[in-house]
Write a protein that binds this ligand. Structure first.
Ligand SMILES: [Zn+2]
Ligand SMILES: [Zn+2]
Length: 260
């Protein structure tokens, strides 16, 4: 969110409009979005069960924005992203402060080749891939990371030498990729990074020797603003980053799509 230049009052009214807008989309009435004392309910993520979604207000604990899932062509709920198509038996850790789950490991079946991480676990959002979650899982070839995940931890996919397919689910909220996260993923040729990515850690793609295509959902200017740790792209392939308005090569040369 780049609101530095907005006056507080303008920012407040913008936030208010956003709340009202969301209320309208979610099918709830504005009254459904307010607590008894008139505060606007607030919550980062949805809770889900098999039939529906809702939020729990972090101020008063009331439920709001409740509704039934409506599924899109990819079998994900259009509002909350819930899908029952995911890999069973992965390991999770509850973060008490945020009341969300971190995906912490591959579980008992260490030879899995495909992992689809769910957007929710036991009704709560899965918002990060923990440190070393898939470290050294050499059979792992394909991973789908869901929209609620905002961070990928230290060494999360370190040494996944068969990892060739990495997909971020629709409307991904990913913002940060940890140090050494994909180091030694030597088969990874292509990665499509969501527009919200703002930090890539040290050595994050070090020794991804096949990496030649990076699609970035933001502009070339956005890419240049991403905070990048030392050696993040050491020993990668000679990649080109395709942004919404042009490309950037590994040496940093920017070519705008309008030819300038
Ligand atoms: Zn509330
Ligand atoms: Zn839903």
């Amino acid at each position: 969110m780049k609101h530095k230049f907005l006056t507080p009052i303008f920012a407040l009214s913008a936030a208010l409009c956003l709340c009202l807008g969301l209320a309208a989309c979610g099918g709830g009435t504005p009254e459904d979005e307010k607590g008894a004392d008139g505060h606007f309910h607030t919550a980062e993520t949805f809770r889900v069960d098999d039939s529906g979604h809702w939020k729990v207000c972090t101020i008063c604990g009331e439920k709001f924005s409740a509704g039934k899932h409506t599924f899109d062509a990819e079998n994900a709920c259009e509002t909350c992203g819930y899908s029952d198509v995911y890999t069973r038996g992965l390991s999770y850790q509850l973060d008490e402060a945020s009341d969300t789950y971190t995906l912490s490991g591959i579980g008992d079946d260490r030879d899995r080749t495909e992992v689809v991480i769910p957007n929710y676990y036991e009704g709560k959002a899965v918002t990060s891939i923990g440190a070393e979650a898939f470290d050294g899982r050499t059979p792992l070839a394909s991973v789908v990371i869901p929209a609620n995940v905002t961070s990928i931890g230290y060494r999360a996919f370190y040494g996944c030498t068969s990892l060739a397919s990495l997909t971020f689910g629709g409307k991904s909220k990913l913002t940060s990729i940890g140090n050494y996260a994909f180091c030694h993923c030597k088969l990874l040729q292509k990665i499509a990074l969501p527009a919200d990515v703002s930090a890539i850690g040290e050595n994050a793609f070090d020794w991804c020797a096949a990496l030649t295509e990076i699609d970035f959902a933001g502009t070339t200017a956005d890419w240049l603003k991403v905070e990048k740790g030392d050696s993040w792209d050491n020993e990668t392939g000679n990649y080109v980053i395709t942004c919404t308005d042009g490309t950037i090569d590994k040496s940093g040369n920017v070519t705008h799509s309008d030819g300038q």
